[in-house]
Ligand binder design. Structure first.
Ligand code: CU
Length: 306
């Protein structure tokens, strides 16, 4: 009874979340199926998955139905006598041709989607993703902006042996548990933009995976792999490294913050200004003039931030 109620409540929560069009990638208890995703690619994969699932269900019902019916109706206690023939050409042709047709029906849309997934032409921007033991480096190619993205300090403190801290208490602003799923610097990306990713590894093979985008890409040292995405909805999307890459493999999550285009431009300008200010502060001599330059740059960064 209690379980039934909890399933019902969870179901309602899930329906509510879907109805609100919530772009939150956090898992929900009793969640079924893959996430429909927030990119066209993810949506197509989701639909393909459902199509194949329906076909499998129909085949399963027919095959098991015929088996169960035969077992019951032709059982020995009813006096059934087994037929003695060994070959039936007509039956063999049918059970060869029908599966081939079913496979073709499934392969056509799947291949179309695959071709689309590998087509990185007409990308509007490029992000280089570099897997490092055990963090990610993101570089906005041509913009001069790059940074490291590491496990957030709260998860890191909690996961330390004998920390005595409760993983259940590592939550985001909305109270969702983000233990081992949060980073210090998320990858900020614009929505409605075709973004090409160049994915590589610094030391060992890692794999960059955000389920809501519908694909994952191995990050291999010495090889630059391509992929792309176009995010349709602003939101926070979480992922993980999915290649066993060493001791702290489980501690290199991925967080993508998708924002409207205008907001992204402001963010990028802020990053550039902040980098410039940091460089000036580092290289400028400790003279009143140098300090003035640093202050002016910092002021410019501030102005851009508001
Ligand atoms: Cu890794």
């Amino acid at each position: 009874m209690k379980a039934a109620r909890s399933i019902r409540t969870t179901g309602l929560t899930l329906v509510g979340a879907l109805a609100a069009g919530m772009a939150q990638a956090n898992p929900v208890p009793w969640q079924l199926n893959m996430p429909p995703g927030v990119t066209d690619t993810a949506r197509e994969i989701y639909d393909l998955h459902n199509l194949v699932m329906y076909i499998c269900t129909v085949i399963g019902v027919l095959v098991f139905g015929a088996m169960i019916w035969s077992i019951i109706h032709h059982r020995k206690s009813r006096g059934a006598v087994a037929a003695q023939f060994t070959h039936n050409t007509k039956a063999e042709i049918i059970w060869t041709v029908i599966p081939i047709l079913i496979l073709i029906v499934m392969a056509v849309p799947a291949t179309k989607t695959l071709f689309k997934m590998y087509d990185t032409s007409d990308s509007e921007m490029t992000v280089k993703v570099n897997g490092i033991q055990w963090m990610w480096r993101y570089e906005y190619v041509g913009e001069g902006v790059q940074f490291l993205s590491r496990l957030d300090r709260s998860s890191d403190r909690t996961r330390t042996l004998d920390s005595g801290l409760d993983p259940g208490k590592v939550v985001d602003a909305n109270g969702n548990n983000v233990y081992l799923l949060n980073v210090d610097h998320p990858l900020v990306l614009p929505v409605d933009t075709k973004i090409r990713f160049l994915v590589t590894g610094d030391d060992v093979i890692h794999s960059w995976w955000v389920p809501e985008f519908g694909w994952k890409q191995d990050a291999e040292p010495g090889i630059v792999s391509e992929n792309w995405t176009r995010i349709n909805k602003p939101g926070i999307y979480r992922g993980q490294c999915t290649e066993l890459c060493g001791r702290d493999h489980g501690f290199m999550p991925i967080v993508v913050k998708a924002v409207p285009k205008a907001e992204f431009k402001i963010w990028l300008a802020q990053q550039k200004a902040a980098d410039a200010a940091a460089n000036t502060a580092q290289t400028a001599p400790a003279t009143p003039a140098g300090t003035a330059v640093a202050q002016a740059t910092a002021a410019a960064a501030q102005a851009l931030a508001h």
